[in-house]
Design a protein around this ligand. Sequence first.
Ligand SMILES: Nc1ncnc2c1ncn2[C@@H]1O[C@H](COP(=O)(O)OP(=O)(O)OP(=O)(O)O)[C@@H](O)[C@H]1O
Length: 618
Amino acid sequence: MAELNEKMQNLSVNDNTNGYVPPHLRNASRKPRSSDGQGQDQGNFGGNRNNNNNGGSFFGFNNRNNNNGGFGGNRGGYNRGGFGGNRNNNNNWGPKGSTNRGAWIDGKHVPGKSNPKLELELFGAPDDPSFQSSGINFDNYDDIPVEATGKDVPEPITEFTTPPLDEVLMENVKLARFTKPTPVQKYSIPIISAGRDLMACAQTGSGKTGGFLFPVLSESFKNGPNEIHHNENYYQKKAYPTAVIMAPTRELATQIFDEAKKFCYKSWVKPCVVYGGAPIGNQIREMDRGCDLLVATPGRLSDLIDRGKISLSNVKYLVLDEADRMLDMGFEIQIRQIVEGCDMPPVAERQTLMFSATFPADIQHLARDFLGDYIFLSVGKVGSTSENITQRILYVENEDKKSALLDLLSASEEGLTLIFVETKRMADQLTDFLIMQNLAATAIHGDRTQSERERALAAFKSGRANLLVATAVAARGLDIPNVTHVINYDLPGDIDDYVHRIGRTGRAGNTGLATAFFNRDNGNVVKGLIDVLEEANQEVPQFLRDSASFSRSGSNRSRGGRNNSNRDFRNSNNSWGSRNNSSRGGNGWGNNSRSGSSRGGNDSWGSSSGGSNNNSWW
Ligand SMILES: Nc1ncnc2c1ncn2[C@@H]1O[C@H](COP(=O)(O)OP(=O)(O)OP(=O)(O)O)[C@@H](O)[C@H]1O
């Protein structure tokens, strides 16, 4: 990292006092443009001009890679073995002939047998770089302040132990080479094991998936499935999952499913995944073979409920992962219909868990309706970024971005680089441009077919394409080992998106670099950006501060500013009965800025007790 920073300094890319100067103009006199729009544009620096590469070997894009390893699908060999339909059978899955699957028989958990080949597929070899391993800064997580509010908050655990964790789950945690819980896991495991509802917020890459999977699976292994009270229609099979996990995107759903496969190993719990854009028939057939833990995107889940293929009447655990993103994507009506309008047990008869790295106010309203007497857990500041990620903001005009990008890429060390743009069109254009430079780039965005998206991700993960140009579709949750650099070629209009995007690097205690191109078009996000940089002890370039004084977001709380709550808003004195008070982009956020609730303030960081807080934060 130090070397990379040095190289960037040498390239002048990191010079925050002046605007970005493309290589061909470095020795020319060129006045930096001011971010208030007063500067003069003296040059027209298109990106292609300097790069007359006609002999491009077109890599990766447009399906040129014959990669058969679809995202998330192959590693576990999940589809190869037959799943018997009945959960009480000791069904086989994984490589042929294995009997790894456990069963629930006469009120007891009978684990399956070990299968070394499948173990290798699920958990990888210790030195396999395609499996994320914890980095040198993993221990730094111990210093992260944690706050848990609500009634009777259980004490956190400090190690993975039995109890509270089930033995089979413990074995799988060991196979995954997880030696100790991350902070969010330390709290979420005892909270969920105690049967409590939970709203948990923790930084990107800090192990939230395990935070809900470990206790949900562990309790399921101990307690077995709910008894199905409904008559099975012989001609139409229905899935009755015990746990339902909803996630905003197909890729994230697939990734959670992959994690679930690992930690369900040898147990009676059979995980399934359903998402739009893939043939529904295959997904139904897979569910017919057993479906105890279902990972789903809201749209496909509603569809399958409407078709009578899924009943939620058996659900003990409902998890909403990246719930705020699901609302942003317009899924609220579908989610409410699934949770409140179908046969899902009521709040008191299920456990409901919400996880995200950002929790804007409206998601806390959803919590009011979906969760009962819940614990609010915040690990680190809500919406903050990990200090493992070094953040750099460069002033780059739109027409200079391509050159600046090439500069950055030439300075990059080994590793994968994720480049975020705002539009699908731009993703395609930029990918083509990079391919023309003989760079190994591919793209992921919503207009690509599911199989194209899967191939792109697989090529990126394997390193065959070390550059992935992405829209917001890849911003959340994706856990790709060895992403060393995230470049916000276009900054998002929403600071929460920025937080999630850069969180694709610096995961599980590893270090990472995040570079963003900023110019006057990004005035709406400047205030939030400064907050995020300051919270993570990063350098704030002067041009950002200058820009903040011109920016609208300096004076209101648009989505570009920080409208997260880092508080459990039940502790607020304000009435939160009216949704209108908390709409995104609204005003009336009160006097308490985020810094008002920093460690040095009145708040009880580091305490697990539910101190009440009279701050009015909207
Ligand atoms: N206890 C642990 N020890 C070591 N590594 C862990 C542990 N828990 C999780 N990890 C690894 O850390 C990485 C990040 O975890 P995960 O994807 O759950 O993060 P997250 O908090 O959900 O991130 P995001 O907010 O981006 O979705 C994963 O590769 C996971 O395997």
